[in-house]
Design a binder for this molecule. Sequence first.
Ligand code: PBG
Length: 308
Amino acid sequence: MVRETRLSVDQLIYPLFISEKVDDQLEVPSMPGVSQLSVRRVVDEAKAAADLGIPALLLFGIPKEKDERASQAYAPDGVTQRAVAAIKKAVPHLTVIADVCLCEYMSHGHCGVITKVDGRYQIENDASVELLVRTAISLAEAGADIVAPSDMMDGRVGAIRSGLDSHALTETAVMSYASKYSSAFYGPFRDAAESAPQFGDRSSYQMDPANALEALREVATDIEEGAELLIVKPGIAYLDILWRVKERFELPTAVYNVSGEYAMVKAAAQQGWLEEKRTVLELMTAFRRAGADLIITYWSKDLAGWLR
Ligand code: PBG
């Protein structure tokens, strides 16, 4: 009765991977219980999630063909666009959030356009933003309720907002990965999304884990540019950032309980070293206590059962 922090299924966002290369489903070895799904299977999974009371999905697509322009990210018949449309048709009341990034669609696995200048690879911020805007518009046209840019290029929130508005997509919200750190905890995700960079790393566009004030500046910029919801990512090692972001900006704030956090607990639980349910409920409660309104987690379906 006097408990201060409440956890419920309507605070959960369930991430799903849709692959153009699988017929049915393919388990991700580093994320037990998580699979890449075909478009047909993702619709079943969306229905199952909705039946459990989960209000929203976050979708990642894995195309058959990758290139250096991420063409499949903004192809009208791309795998993610088809999945979004199929889910919205089958379960219209489910909120569909489409991740907007280029890494899964780029042959080199980076989140933007890469050029080589004086023998050195470099990310082209503004050329990348153009492609991200096209991606966001095509996902919104396919029916996404919310687009969530996770690339961390500068200026992309404003560009996406005006791109959406000029295509009469004023109702589509922008949920920004406003503070996203360059983290080792994304390792298993890169297996799941087949998006590991082929050379270099993401430290020129994602944030240094040592910086907290920079995170607040990144968030302030995204809000000025039109972000309506925020994401702090990863979760466990960044609860201080989550707290500061929620306290200072008071916008709806989600925490991303990322793949490495999931894999770590799953591995320990499989060894019998941790009790999975208790550990997960404690982590989720900590996210809520630290200010998260919403939690993006691969445990969404388990939690829906545990919280019943
Ligand atoms: C795409 C993206 C990543 C994650 C979400 N969107 C990976 C990355 O930045 O390398 C990570 C999610 C997770 O680890 O669960 N840019």
